[in-house]
Design a protein around this ligand. Sequence first.
Ligand code: UDP
Length: 311
Amino acid sequence: MRILISGAGGFLGSHITDMLLGQGHEVVGMDNFITGRKENIAHLATNKNFTFIEADVIQPVKVDGPIDRIYHMASPASPIGYVKHQVATLKVNSQGTWNLLELAEEKGGRFLMASTSECYGDPAVHPQPESYWGNVNPIGMRSMYDEAKRFSEACTMAYHRERGVQTRLIRIFNTYGPRMDPYDGRVVITFIKQALHNEALTIFGDGMQTRSLCYVSDLIRGINLTMESDFIEPINLGNPNELTILDIAKEILALIPQSTSKLTYRDMPPDDPKIRKPDIRRAKEILNWEPVITRKEGLAKMIEFYRDQLV
Ligand code: UDP
């Protein structure tokens, strides 16, 4: 197949690109590098099955030739990233989604929207099933991301219902692994960087808020299975093993025994969800998917990747 990936220079976009090239497909990658990184796709420079277009999908997207699949992965995705690029985040998840849905309609291809667990906001239902409508502050410090992703979901369903476009929707929960931006502030990469640099690990609030961490190889396998399934409504993709931020810090320090880092406490950012854990029954049933990489394995692989880069 010939596959378009927006955000191909990002953490997830670059891993999906590698996976699809490995399956023998032709990939057209797009990125404007607002938060994506050239080094994530530098190894593909001589790959004959990979074409790269440096462009912003909020501009009309023109691609010659057939397009069988579109993965819309482009967006700032860390709280620091989307607050720094508020308007761009709103645009890529509205006009950008719209443009790619138009392209899917024109080409007769299938479109997958990378949505997010942030659609559930600070959840009042735990764990979060796809049927939960969420608890999002529409004007809060995460609203430019949360509401734009919610709009993208509505847009995706409208193109499916009214125009008959083949669409797929996933809600991605916290994911970690090699190629995360060490400076985007997300918890796992930040703690690994701080531990490798012997700096104090910055715990926000009392560190009792929870997250559930999925290793990147598990996640992208789920994304690909969703794209190739027949299922239209949203599917949660994430690892349901929930733990506190304090425990994440302790696990990372245990895996880097030579680190002299201690913990330091900072104010809790506004609208930071207190709990998060995916209900993945739908993914299990529809895709026969569940994560297989343990945190110990995944964190060890990630630390190995960054040990040379960051020390
Ligand atoms: N967090 C933290 N210290 C950091 C970065 C993040 O305690 O240096 C906490 C943050 O408050 C949140 C959780 O870790 O509760 C996950 O934050 P992240 O930015 O990775 O993504 P989120 O899940 O909030 O979108």
